[in-house]
Design a protein around this ligand. Structure first.
Ligand code: B12
Ligand code: SF4
Length: 474
């Protein structure tokens, strides 16, 4: 049985500059199969890292002769790339079983199977055990009804088998399969964050989130639960990436870093490993968790944490309430201050385009961003990702004006507000970036900052002409 995993050619998110991420979901699944299914043959084709275009992908599939072709979208904006990958696979290798999975396909299983005949099966939710069963049963038609967590076509209809319970202990998962892409590991890079030609890696510290923000896909995908790996396990995986593959930056993919004793324990375990001095790590966190962790921040900094992405989202208390965020604008100010005091790079994410936004409220948000003054700010547009409350509400009310998934990337306007047209929302995004990065005082402060990360970010914003690219979106 041969399984070919394909990471399709994907557009980069240009705001963060040029980068090449490891196809994390895929190498995680492949490592699980390697450990669990005797005799399985695995092949990973990372089109982005291997610079394989659609034509060459076709040849690679033909020469691979796979029994199963599996692809993953990561985000909604990559849906068509996955569909095209599996369409190519079906054309070249008609007997291969084609699988799609991930957050977008999970919630759109019905619609995706209706729209893309090239997809045989959608794996919903957590992939490891479901994929193992599919491979073990060689996906024989009669076995399908017994496999939890899949959707497929049968007798002209679409069947959705019951969901699969989640894996209780994430420490039982194998380490991510970087060894399966050993020739490519050195190529994965994220210059703005890790430095030029510095390999970077992703690892997972947890899955899911215990909060329920209306715009977020994450908590529903993982059944509203937050499961964590142990601090020791996280530190071991980090050390594995740094020591075996020379990663200079490890991105801990947790959406919810959490609070309590866990962050401090993670820091202690990392310190115990004594990672080389230039190895760093990054995480995303809520503002209130940073405040709860304030005593631990020095320890986290010593362990190598040098960059935190904060979900600030908005400055308007009623917008934050509408998002069910559960944090306040003051939390954001305190969190940014704490990070800066601890010499941790503070990145803030802000969202515009919620239903009640007007030119005036967005102007207030711009002023708030200037006052907040994080090291880096990313403005994004409220995007109705399928599976979110934002999507259900927008769909119900007919607010969605753009149904092209490839534009669901948080920088293309998808919905107008009560008072702003789609075009005006798009223009407002540009105004936000211009207000923050266009200010000469801030630019000069950034470019001549004593903080090398900040210098890099501001050079990037200037050289890559990010403002110009955002302007070109309308
Ligand atoms: C790291 C990351 C990135 C990295 C890239 C990582 C990569 N490998 O390509 C960067 C910074 C580049 C990035 C960019 C973007 N990202 Co991002 N990213 C993440 C993050 C934090 C981790 C992804 C990850 O590796 N997860 C761990 C793996 C194991 O989980 P998984 O992929 O879901 O896979 C599991 C299952 O879903 C399933 N599965 C998945 N695929 C398949 C396929 C098959 C065949 C099978 C059987 C099973 C299966 O099995 C896996 C194991 O159980 C997630 C949030 C999260 N924690 O997941 C957001 C997330 C995926 N990103 C998101 C978004 C919106 C984006 C951007 C559009 C914009 C932005 N603001 O960043 C761009 C898109 C870029 C592009 N064109 O691809 C959203 C997606 C929402 C959506 N529905 O679109 C997420 C969910 C964040 C969020 N909370 O909103 N991202
Ligand atoms: S936005 Fe962050 S805090 Fe809110 S549900 Fe998503 S992952 Fe959790």
């Amino acid at each position: 049985m041969k399984v070919l995993f394909i990471e399709p050619p994907k557009d980069i998110w240009f705001i963060m500059g040029e980068y090449l991420p490891p196809p994390y979901g895929i190498i995680q699944l492949a490592a699980y199969l390697e450990r669990e299914v005797k005799g399985v043959q695995l092949e990973i084709l990372d089109c982005n890292a291997e610079k394989v275009d659609w034509k060459r992908m076709e040849k690679r599939i033909a020469s691979s002769k796979p029994d199963i072709v599996a692809s993953s979208s990561l985000a909604t904006c990559n849906t068509y790339a996955v569909a095209k990958t599996l369409e190519t696979a079906k054309r070249v290798s008609p007997n291969a079983l084609t699988l799609a999975g991930g957050q977008h396909f999970t919630v759109t299983a019905q619609q995706s199977l209706e729209s893309y005949p090239e997809i045989d099966l959608v794996v919903r939710g957590e992939g490891e055990e479901t994929l193992k069963e599919i491979v073990e049963q060689s996906a024989q038609k009669e076995a399908l009804p017994g496999i939890k967590g899949i959707s497929y076509r049968q007798s002209g209809g679409i069947i959705h088998n019951p969901s699969r319970p989640l894996i209780e202990d994430l420490d039982t998962l194998p380490f991510p399969g970087y060894h399966l892409v050993e020739d490519l590991v050195q190529k994965y890079h994220f210059p703005i964050m890790a430095g030029e030609k510095a390999p970077y890696a992703l690892i997972e510290g947890s899955r899911g989130c215990s909060h329920e923000c209306t715009f977020c896909t994450q908590w529903r995908h993982w059944h509203g639960r937050w499961r964590v790996k142990s601090p020791k396990r996280i530190a071991d995986e980090m050390a594995y990436c740094v020591e075996k593959f020379g990663s200079k930056l490890v991105w801990l993919t947790d959406d919810n870093f959490g609070s309590g004793t866990r962050p401090g324990e993670i820091a202690e375990e990392i310190v115990k490993h004594g990672l080389p001095g230039d190895a760093r790590w990054f995480v995303q966190a809520r503002c209130d968790d940073i405040i709860r962790n304030k005593e631990t921040l020095p320890k986290l900094r010593i362990s190598g944490l040098n960059w935190v992405l904060l979900g600030v989202e908005n400055s308007n208390p009623s917008a934050l309430e509408g998002f069910k965020k559960g944090t306040t604008p003051q939390d954001a100010k305190t969190a940014v201050r704490l990070l800066k005091e601890n010499n941790i790079f503070a990145q803030a994410m802000l969202i515009i385009g919620q239903r009640r936004d007007t030119h005036e409220t967005i102007k207030q948000l711009r002023e708030f961003a200037n006052e907040l003054d994080p090291d880096l700010v990313m403005f994004s547009l409220l995007t109705p990702f399928p599976g979110t409350e934002t999507f259900s509400e927008a769909e119900r009310n007919g607010w969605i004006e753009d149904h092209n998934w490839s534009r669901y990337d948080m920088i293309h306007a998808i919905m107008p507000t009560e008072t702003l047209s789609l075009q005006e929302v798009q223009e407002e995004l540009y105004r936000c970036y211009r207000s923050f990065y266009g200010s000469w005082t801030r630019r000069l402060r950034g470019i001549f900052s004593t903080n090398p990360l900040k210098r890099k970010v501001f050079w990037h914003m200037a050289q890559a002409s990010v403002l110009g690219q955002i302007k070109s979106l309308f």
